[in-house]
Design a protein around this ligand. Structure first.
Ligand SMILES: Cc1cc2nc3c(=O)[nH]c(=O)nc-3n(C[C@H](O)[C@H](O)[C@H](O)COP(=O)(O)OP(=O)(O)OC[C@H]3O[C@@H](n4cnc5c(N)ncnc54)[C@H](O)[C@@H]3O)c2cc1C
Length: 553
């Protein structure tokens, strides 16, 4: 019988991110994945700002920066009647490695296909001796034990069956999650359509169509906005044509790929076909994110329209939120409410992001009577294209202007964040408002050469004293030490940071969100520390030594 503190089911980007987060925190875990880790037809391409901030914390941002997508390739979005037809609008997006970086983050969004990103996570996870990645291993069933979960797994290469006992099981097993279904947890939401993906290799496609380097083409013709064409690997001429909705779920063998390609490119073109996939565009969120000692993360709990590139990025946010909480509970300093705060914090973010992605998709469906003229070589045609271009950049372009969505999510009404009485600020997808209001991601400010305030957070709690004369934080330090809660006090004198954080004492959680802040020390440090470690009802925690796990104390 194998034993592991955490059994992760599914080795997509979310399961891998959880293995990385736990490994980085010194926690042992086993990940099982039924596939062999090879990605033939990558879905995800955009690693957003928040995920890049996590990569920076893990020390793998450079690996993403070095991925084979050319660093100077413009990330432009063009609206065209076809690749060889009229260009009716363009959104310039700077290359992924250009300067300056995002103003409110040390990182910027990266285009890095899943076929490169997943292996970066795999390699990082493997650097931790306590993390085991088992490929070609499938979960068959699981059952609750008194103090854990027992999982029946099969090695798909040998057919050998075995049991793994875990303190916690996390289902990161994707949209069709067997873990979620086994728990009897349903999905709320609806189906939006049945897209088709066509992957192909087409050398010099842009040259043939007379186009400058562009990452993403949205095609709009007399039938409306019907597809997009994205370069996946410019150095190897790999492209993906997505038909937004084929009407019904087609058999991939029966998809008329030549017809779709001809319509998108606007002329006959010989390509090397690399793959076809037909999938269902859903806008759903799981009713629950956990049951007992079993948790769910990623596509297992939220399935988003890819409009807005939020799917994996939301899932990695789940993994980071759950990761530090599991680590804290396994180390003994996390209280009983800590794990229940996972659903409380992450499900609202799932609902928010699923809702926004669906709205971005609806932007594609706005009909326009004048579309009949959009391809006409006439004055009317030119006028329709000019007007439509503006509308498309404004409306469909929204899904590329999402900095507020990426880093502006905050944990309202969380049981482990202590409100300070300040009102909630607007949650605008396009605009990011930095704030140290409890529940928010603690703001970035440069504190020195290549040193961001975000670099201070991660391992444990950080108590920031803002200003050389900030009040003393010893009440919180003492309470934390008595409870073996890892807490480090740092004094920051940078003027920008002092302004951004607004209060003179700010307590930041291991995931970089603000837990508490105030201008004066709390009257009772223990009340604050117990609340933020999810033990408000418990007082002093179980001595962590007795649990046999070691954390920084
Ligand atoms: C066209 C398209 C473009 C996208 N672009 C983006 C983007 O730019 N940015 C973004 O953030 N997101 C994007 N997404 C969404 C993103 O791809 C998904 O959200 C992400 O892959 C989900 O990751 P996951 O690890 O939760 O699930 P998955 O990637 O589905 O991984 C689940 C894994 O679990 C394994 N598994 C399942 N059952 C078992 C079992 N019983 N035993 C063992 N293993 C099991 C599966 O084999 C699979 O590898 C896009 C999606 C699409 C369709």
């Amino acid at each position: 019988m194998d034993k592991t503190p955490v059994l992760i089911v599914g080795g997509g980007p979310v399961g891998l991110a959880l293995a990385c987060e736990l490994g980085w925190r010194g926690i042992a875990c086993t990940l099982i994945e039924q596939g062999d880790g090879t990605i033939v037809t990558p879905k995800m391409n955009e690693v957003n700002v928040r995920t890049m901030e996590f990569c920076r914390r893990w020390g793998i941002a450079q690996d993403v920066h070095r991925c084979p997508f050319p660093p100077d390739y413009p990330l432009d979005v063009a609206f065209v009647t076809s690749l060889s037809g009229y260009e009716i609008g363009r959104m310039s997006r700077a290359p992924r490695m250009s300067e300056p970086s995002e103003p409110h983050s040390p990182m910027r969004l990266q285009v890095c296909s899943q076929m490169w990103f997943d292996p970066i996570l795999q390699r990082f996870a493997r650097t931790f001796p306590q993390v085991r990645l088992c490929y070609r291993t499938q979960l068959e069933s699981f059952a609750a034990l008194g103090n854990g979960v027992s999982a029946a797994v099969v090695d798909l290469a040998s057919g050998q069956r075995r049991h793994i006992e875990a303190d916690y099981l996390v289902g990161c097993d994707g949209a069709n999650s067997m873990v979620r279904r086994s728990l009897g947890i349903g999905l709320d939401g609806k189906t939006l359509g049945h897209p088709v993906h066509l992957y192909f290799r087409a050398p010099n496609l842009l040259g043939i169509c007379g186009r400058k380097p562009t990452t993403f083409f949205v095609t709009v013709d007399r039938g409306g906005v019907w597809s997009n064409v994205r370069v996946i690997d410019p150095l190897n001429d790999m492209w993906r044509l997505m038909v937004l909705d084929a009407g019904s779920a087609l058999d991939p063998e029966r998809v008329d790929r030549e017809a779709y390609l001809r319509r998108a490119v606007g002329r006959p073109l010989e390509v090397e076909w690399l793959g076809t996939s037909v999938w269902t565009r859903r806008s759903v969120v799981s009713e629950r994110y956990a049951k007992g000692r079993v948790f769910l993360a990623g596509d297992a709990v939220h399935q988003l329209s890819p409009t807005g590139a939020l799917g994996m990025n939301t899932g990695i946010g789940d993994a980071v939120d759950l990761g530090w909480k599991l680590a804290a509970v396994l180390a003994g300093w996390g209280g009983t409410d800590l794990l229940s705060s996972y659903e409380m914090e992450r499900r609202p973010i799932g609902l928010r992001n699923v809702g926004m992605a669906a709205e971005f998709y609806r932007d594609h469906q706005k009909a326009d009577d004048d579309l009949a003229f959009i391809e006409d070589d006439s004055t009317t045609g030119a006028e329709v294209r000019r007007r439509m271009g503006e509308v498309l950049v404004r409306d469909i372009g929204r899904m590329f202007r999402t900095v507020g969505l990426q880093i502006g999510y905050r944990y309202e009404n969380s049981s482990i964040c202590i409100p300070d009485g300040t009102p909630a600020y607007p949650d605008d997808p396009e605009v990011f408002v930095p704030s140290a209001r409890p529940g928010s991601r603690a703001p970035h400010a440069w504190l020195g050469e290549n040193c961001s305030a975000l670099d201070l957070y991660g391992r444990g709690f950080v108590l920031l004293r803002l200003g050389a004369d900030a009040p003393d934080g010893s009440r919180l330090e003492t309470a934390a030490a008595q409870r073996c809660v890892p807490l480090k006090t740092l004094t920051v004198t940078d003027r920008e940071a002092i302004q951004l954080y607004e209060k003179r004492l700010v307590l930041v959680r291991p995931d970089g969100h603000v837990a508490w802040r105030g201008d004066t020390p709390p009257p009772d440090g223990a009340t604050v520390i117990d609340r933020v470690r999810g033990a408000a009802s418990l007082g002093l925690c179980t001595p962590w030594e007795s649990l046999g796990q070691h954390y920084v104390c």
